[in-house]
Design a protein around this ligand. Structure first.
Ligand code: ZN
Length: 135
């Protein structure tokens, strides 16, 4: 497993991490197969989406907020951040990404994003090599 840190500097933020994940692929020695990108947090997530136009990430955050308002009087969780927990489950704390020839096999416009839903915080991202029985 290869781990790196991400420091968010806003309450909600999509942070591109494709270069860090690619570096992890190289460090793990994965040439053909897949890696599991895992965020070991309950108010953060990982996703793949367009990296070319930063407006896409901004629109995603705005729509997440529209879908999941920060305040809901019915929430019971004392910490007051149930919206962030909900978004984490909605987006997911891990993604499996294909690797071909030692490179992440992403589409032209795809990038890997760390999703912060209750920052700013210092976070961790873990990358695991996915191997079959023969590997
Ligand atoms: Zn909480």
């Amino acid at each position: 497993m290869h781990e790196f840190a991400v420091a968010s500097d806003a309450h909600a933020q999509l942070i591109p991490i494709t270069p860090e994940v690619q570096a992890a692929v190289a460090a793990l020695g994965v040439t053909d197969g897949a890696v599991l990108v895992h965020v070991p947090h309950t108010t953060a997530a990982v996703t793949v989406n367009e990296g070319a136009d930063p407006d896409v990430a901004a629109d995603l955050l705005r729509r997440f907020d529209a879908l999941v308002p920060w305040r809901d009087p019915a929430d019971s969780h004392d910490e007051g951040n149930s919206a962030a927990h909900f978004k984490s489950s909605l987006v997911g704390c891990s993604s499996v990404l294909p690797v071909v020839g030692g490179k992440l096999a992403l589409g032209t416009w795809q990038a890997v994003f760390f999703c912060e839903f209750d920052g700013p915080r210092r976070r961790r991202v873990q990358v695991f090599a996915v191997r079959d029985k023969a590997g």
